[in-house]
Ligand binder design. Structure first.
Ligand code: ADP
Ligand code: ADP
Length: 218
């Protein structure tokens, strides 16, 4: 795919990538390389200027507008700035992701505590985001991404606002989630972590895919 923004800037150029179910993939590259654009195309927040994108065999660039919520339901997204609802508790923030897809209350009550346990936050269920550390807030956003049991989790600089120790905790958690079968796509600047984890590395530079390596480094 190629993405040219309306001002004429080529953000991605002739990118061809295939990611298999269950893979863990790092997207690396300097600021402005096209990492966020790549992610926005995968969740249909942006459309490619040229080329096509398939998800679970479906061409999402041809998908009708009304079908987009079904795509987003299969993909959990985690951002650098957490994007939690400040007035809601940890429990409510996670439950909200199930409410918007109209899950039955019975299921919400069962699923939310389970997911909070998975991310190690059972004891903070009733806290508000401002009462949590950065790492804890990122765990909440991870729980929210996981709660509808997506096929893929996409994380855009998930450790960008965290100190090195906390960054490692979040990456370990992402790795556990991947071990349980969820495909992981993680855009990051964290060289140390990428180099230690030895996952597949896609490196972007000025919108071009310059490297695609199994067990790669950055
Ligand atoms: P990264 O996430 O690697 O920092 P981005 O995908 O955000 O890179 O950006 C790639 C390039 O596209 C940058 O030069 C950026 O300025 C440009 N860009 C990103 N979003 C837009 C937009 N909505 N309109 C115009 N240019 C954009
Ligand atoms: P991030 O990569 O940190 O998630 P964005 O993708 O929003 O942030 O923006 C990345 C770069 O793209 C920034 O340099 C920003 O100034 C530029 N950018 C974002 N939106 C636009 C836009 N509408 N027009 C021009 N540049 C943009």
């Amino acid at each position: 795919m190629t993405k040219i923004y309306s001002g004429g800037h080529v953000a991605l150029q002739d990118i061809t990538v295939k990611i298999q179910k269950g893979e863990f993939v790092f997207i690396v590259g300097p600021s402005g390389a096209g990492k966020s654009t790549f992610i926005k195309l995968l969740i249909r927040e942006e459309m490619p200027t040229k080329g096509q994108i398939f998800f679970n065999g479906k061409n999402i660039t041809r998908m009708r507008h009304s079908q987009v919520p079904f795509l987003r339901r299969r993909i959990g997204v985690v951002f650098q700035d957490f994007r939690l609802l400040p007035q809601k508790t940890v429990y409510e923030n996670v439950a909200f992701a199930m409410e918007v897809i109209e899950a039955p209350l019975r299921e919400i009550k069962k699923r939310v505590p389970r997911v909070l346990e998975m991310v190690g936050l059972s004891h903070k269920m009733n806290a508000k985001p401002h009462e949590l550390s950065g790492g804890e807030q990122q765990r909440v956003s991870l729980a929210r991404a996981l709660v509808n049991n997506p096929d893929v989790i996409i994380a855009d600089e998930p450790t960008g606002n965290l100190d090195p120790d906390t960054s490692w905790e979040i990456m370990k958690l992402l790795n556990e989630i991947n071990m349980n079968g969820t495909t992981l796509i993680v855009a990051t600047h964290a060289k140390d972590i990428v180099n230690a984890m030895r996952k597949r590395v896609l490196q972007l530079d000025s919108g071009k895919l310059v490297r695609d390596e199994e067990r790669g480094v950055y």
